[in-house]
Design a protein around this ligand. Structure first.
Ligand code: DIG
Ligand code: MN
Ligand code: MN
Length: 390
């Protein structure tokens, strides 16, 4: 019998080169897995059924100090691997956080030469991404922050970031790249504090941009959890603003460093409501797993990690369908919903008449407070569906 949770490229699951290519190196330990070339990483993903595409930072593909001949060699091997595996390049981004030159920020650096270099490097990385057909361009400001606010005025720092995004939007327009920019928030790490710490900050920031229509957000589960926030609600805000241009799926214990765990491996309930939200609202974008396998994993277990990310998403998608069709769930949702087109229309659009009517109304607070809201039963039923109890 066919596996009902077998992914297909139609599901638009993607992985960054740095995810399944992660060597297991961490701040306290050396690599536990060999470094793979970009082509080898693509071939590894080619062994995982159903992957749609791959993403890269510029220097995941072409090392920062590669000669043009070396770059050409790497790119042609990468292109051959893409053809072999029929994987696409979905998203590209710039590494503006690894090189020591960016130790005090990239676009927000106090050093004008560093700021200019960051814009230069990003344009080159946009060229590289466009060469491989990337449609989304992500900006994660990993060094755009501070340990001490004595170092720079945060208003000036954020304005530098704004001017860089505006310039790079113009570059994409002039080059005809058609990129959709996706801004990715994180509250801290590797800087003590990062500017634009949550998706909400970026949703406000986007409204101040010169080309706000081509800029959206790339929320990441781990990053909103690091800020102690409800990721589902952050994504809902992005959907409401029509700004969910990309999404970084993974998992994360609250109150920990950025763990980038396999999707759904920690907070299954949150993952369920996230998948339900994305599917209910017909999210049509890429589902990028910005995650990596445990440091203990060998190559075979890295492949299991990638399979697990996609499989959990598809299992939860099926659970969401089952939840929406469940009689008990439907009955309780019907019971707690008390719609009234007439009452809603009174404040749906403003008029003096509506205001006067509302002001003249009396409300039975006791009756309102006594209506049944069986959310314990509803949530228990939700948990039972998640736990596989019919
Ligand atoms: C980390 O969560 C960031 C970087 O890996 C990258 O710039 C971005 C794209 O997914 N996520
Ligand atoms: Mn992360
Ligand atoms: Mn990310």
């Amino acid at each position: 019998m066919a596996d009902p949770y077998a992914p297909s490229p139609k599901d638009k699951f993607t992985f960054g080169l740095w995810t399944v290519g992660h060597t297991g190196k961490d701040p306290f330990g050396e690599p536990t897995r060999p470094r793979l070339t970009p082509a080898e990483i693509v071939d590894l993903l080619g062994e995982v059924e159903g992957v749609h595409g791959v993403n890269f930072h510029d220097n995941d593909l072409v090392p920062i100090d590669a000669s043009s001949q070396q770059a050409d060699q790497i790119k042609s091997e990468f292109a051959r691997a893409l053809r072999r595996t029929r994987l696409r390049v979905a998203m590209a981004t710039t590494n503006l956080f690894g090189d020591p030159a960016f130790r005090d920020g990239a676009f927000t650096s106090n050093d004008a030469e560093v700021r200019a270099y960051a814009v230069h490097k990003t344009m080159r990385a946009m060229d590289l991404g466009a060469e491989f057909g990337a449609q989304v361009y992500v900006f994660w400001g990993g060094r755009e922050g501070a340990e001490t606010d004595a170092s720079k005025d945060p208003v000036e720092a954020e304005d530098r970031f704004r001017r860089a995004i505006d310039f790079l939007c113009e570059y994409s327009i002039e080059r005809g790249y058609g990129y959709r920019f996706a801004l990715e928030a994180k509250p801290n790490e590797p800087r003590g504090h990062l500017y634009f710490p949550t998706t909400g900050h970026y949703l406000a920031f986007i409204q101040t941009l010169a080309h706000k229509d081509m800029v959206g957000v790339n929320p990441e589960v781990a990053h909103e959890h690091m800020a102690g926030l409800n990721f589902v609600h952050a994504v809902a805000a992005a959907i409401s603003a029509d700004k969910l241009f990309h999404i970084d799926l993974n998992d994360q214990e609250f109150g920990r460093f950025d763990q980038d765990y396999r999707f759904g491996s920690v907070n299954l309930k949150h993952a369920f409501f996230l998948v339900k939200l994305l599917e209910d609202h017909k999210y049509a974008g890429y589902r990028h797993f910005d995650a990596h396998a445990y440091r203990t994993a060998d190559r075979a277990d890295v492949i299991e990690f990638a399979r697990g990310c996609m499989r959990t998403y598809l299992i939860l998608r099926e659970k969401a369908r089952r939840w929406s069709a469940d009689d008990q769930v439907r009955r309780i949702l019907k019971q707690v919903a008390r719609p009234s087109k007439d009452l809603d229309s009174l404040w749906g659009t403003y008029s003096r008449a509506h205001a006067e009517t509302l002001l003249g109304m009396t409300f039975d607070r006791v009756a309102m407070a006594s209506r049944t809201l069986p959310y314990e039963r509803l949530d228990q039923r939700t948990m039972e569906i998640l736990l596989g109890v019919d």
